[in-house]
Design a protein around this ligand. Structure first.
Ligand code: AMP
Ligand code: MG
Length: 419
């Protein structure tokens, strides 16, 4: 039988995708995981909502005072100059006042207390003069309905207040609790397995032998994954050995939704990761026109999504933030994946090669005049993990750019907005 060469996916893809093309490919390839869990509100923090939340009640649930003051009938504002009303009672929050208030009367009322029948307007206590139960104020200085929170003015019954795909943060916990909702449906945790490859890698806690370095990437990866609220499956260090890498791929693809590796994706003689993915799974792409981190490998192995991050620690973290994180968020069912960037003046002169996007490490700070400006962290070697730690933003330089002169505007992406 004649053996013909079957083109693999890797033959068909363009050698270098742009950053936006790579992101587009990833977005198209990954899908939100199915299913949900029902959990108590406390356990929902940081997780992704799996259902639309419709309000079971109106908010505010009853018309109440926004101020400490005096509740009156607006008809009593209809006089020239000073008005005097008779205070007939006091209303506290949590204690509804049962009698109806007549024109010419008023009640002292506290913030959050329910407005009694017959009143619709609140005058701040600072704007009245009280003489026994005689309450005097300038009638012209007030508007009908002022300082009153109307029942249902914020949320009406049945209104969708949160949509499926929203990450639950402290304000969402507050909102859900304000509606009396004690349990919500959230997306299941993504299972993410990862390992480092490299014969030179030594686990922390052991003395380094000659030619070894510590395996820092696995700690970074643990950090970013843990912050994303996924189930972290740490598979340790796998040596540069084809059979062991094959075995690790197979094991991971049977237990995890996503496999992430670091190292072994360049073109060195011991870089087996891409080869194994090509044999056991499918490669979607493996090169991006960017720095640091161009040999990012993306594909699938069995049902699992695969990301092969470059070994250099900065490249590994940058490619994680730019590509893996939005993919994981999408798989977690999250729809609000904002990646804020903005333009600020750059106080350093920067250089780069044309034809690739660069994510340089920068320090955003406020200048004496109040303007936010950015400076470089200095040398940008992709092995210099210190630069990542010193940075509080990426300076994102576009493919066409070559030089940034001092005081030119650049795009920055704050790290605080990433995690
Ligand atoms: P590789 O992608 O395997 O060719 O590795 C590129 C560079 O990153 C080499 O200098 C490796 O020693 C280094 N490297 C690879 N994996 C790690 C890791 N887990 N922690 C720190 N450095 C690493
Ligand atoms: Mg290696």
């Amino acid at each position: 039988m004649a053996i013909t060469h079957q083109p693999s996916c890797s033959d068909e893809v363009s050698p270098h995708l742009s950053v936006s093309q790579a992101l587009e490919r990833i977005t198209q390839a990954v899908q939100p995981i199915a299913g949900y869990q029902q959990v108590n509100l406390h356990l929902a923090l940081g997780r992704v909502l799996a259902e639309d939340i419709q309000s079971p009640m109106q908010v505010p649930s009853y018309t109440n005072s926004a101020m400490d003051g005096y509740a009156i009938n607006a008809a009593d504002l209809n006089v020239e100059g000073e008005q005097t009303l008779e205070q007939v009672g006091t209303v506290f929050a949590g204690h509804p006042y049962e009698q109806s208030i007549e024109q010419g009367q008023c009640v002292r009322i506290m913030t959050g207390a329910m407005l009694p029948q017959g009143v619709d307007t609140v005058i701040m206590q600072e704007h009245v003069e009280a003489d026994g139960n005689q309450i005097k104020f300038n009638a012209q200085a007030h508007q009908v309905g002022q300082n009153v929170r109307l029942a249902g003015e914020d949320i009406h019954v049945g209104q969708v207040v949160l949509q499926a795909g929203k990450q639950i943060l402290p304000p969402e916990l507050g909102l859900l609790a304000s509606l009396g909702i004690a349990e919500v449906k959230i997306k299941p945790r993504l299972r993410v397995a990862f390992f480092s490859t490299g014969d030179e890698l030594c686990p922390v806690g052991q003395p380094l032998k000659s030619g070894q370095i510590y395996d820092s990437n696995r700690y970074q990866l643990f950090g970013v994954l843990d912050r994303l609220n996924v189930e972290v499956i740490d598979m340790g260090v796998i040596p540069d050995d084809l059979a062991q890498i094959q075995q690790a791929f197979t094991t991971a693809s049977q237990t995890a939704d996503v496999l992430i590796t670091s190292g072994g994706v360049s073109v060195g003689d011991a870089d087996y990761v891409k080869q194994v993915l090509d044999e056991l799974g499918q490669i979607n792409f493996w090169k991006i026109a960017m720095k640091p981190g161009h040999p990012l490998t993306f594909g699938t192995i069995n049902q699992a999504t695969f990301f092969g991050l470059p070994g250099n620690p900065v490249s590994s973290l940058v490619t994680f933030y730019q590509f893996v994180q939005p993919a994981l968020q999408r798989m977690m069912g999250q729809t609000d994946i904002a990646r804020p960037t903005w333009k600020v003046r750059c106080l350093s002169k920067l250089k780069k090669k044309k034809g690739r996007t660069e994510f340089q490490r920068g320090i955003l700070k406020q200048a004496d005049d109040g303007e936010w400006v950015v400076t470089t962290t200095g040398a940008q070697g992709s092995h210099m993990i210190r630069s990542m730690s010193e940075a509080n933003c990426f300076i994102v330089l576009q493919e066409h750019q070559t030089v940034v002169n001092e005081s030119e505007f650049v795009t920055v992406q704050p790290l605080a907005g990433l995690l």
